[in-house]
Structures are given as structure tokens and as C-alpha cells.
Design a protein around this ligand. Sequence first.
Ligand code: NI
Length: 169
Amino acid sequence: MTIREIRKLPDPVLRRKAHKITEFNKDLQTLIDDMIETMRAAPGVGLAAPQVGESLRLVVVEYGDDEDENIPLKLYVLINPEITHVSEETEEGVEACLSVVGLVGKVERYSALIIKAVNRHGKPQRVKATGWLARIFQHEIDHLDGILYTDRATKVWSPSPEEEATIKD
Ligand code: NI
């Protein structure tokens, strides 16, 4: 596995609408493994393929639980993800992004959602998420449409050292 370079603004790949994946070949498996390693090394809780320069509809997320840090991390590999259901309820939270250096922002997101996707072998999967995990998925899926959290933020600022420790993806 290889750690890939994380693309940062103003790299145009971050603004492109990514392509649907139709072939589940060896190159794709390598890309997925490299993205997992790159996300862990950053460190981050999520990474979308355009962030490593590949304009493909693929995200990886690794996250545990909002309430209980003893719950082990869970790894998600979502290919061609589509949000099929969202909650009426929304919540505000502070986000950062590995591709947007030196900033954080307050973003309103759906509190819960259901995603339809396929796994690394093309098998259909359905994922339900709430809270911070739901936020991470919304942030990552936005990357596939060239949308950055700063586009949705009600406020963007340069964080203090404590805020710097907030989750990045
Ligand atoms: Ni991001």
C-alpha cells in the first residue's frame, strides 16, 4: 500500500464531478487500499477519491461512535454512494477538510441518513448513519460532486490550536 498525495485547493480535481465506477478491477482495489492508508496516515476520518487526484465516486470512512470511545472504529468503503433518505432534523457542527488547509467552518447537515452504495466487489450495500458519522458521509459524498464544506458553511475561520484538533476529512 502507498500513501498518496492529498490534493489541496486550488487543485481543479476537487471541483470536478467524479465518474461512476463500473469496473471492480485490480487498479480499483489498489486505489481503495491506498486511500485507506492515506486516510489513516493523515490522520483523517474520511477521504474521497478526488482528494487523491482520482475523479471517481469512491469514499472511505473510518469512525467509531460519538458517545463511546471504547467502541472500535468501523471502516466503510462506499462506491457510487447515493443518499436515499435524510432526516427532517438537521444539526450544526464544525468541520475541517484535508484539502482545505488552515480553515474550519460551521456547517448544517442532516442528523441522520440512509445511503445506497456498492462495496469494493460491486455488491450492493445500505448504510444507516446518525450524528457525526452521518456528517462525515455528507462531507465525503459532497467531494464527489466537487462541493467543499466551505461552500455550505455559515461561517469559516482560522482555528485556534484547540479547534485544530477537530476531526478532519
Ligand atoms: Ni474533505
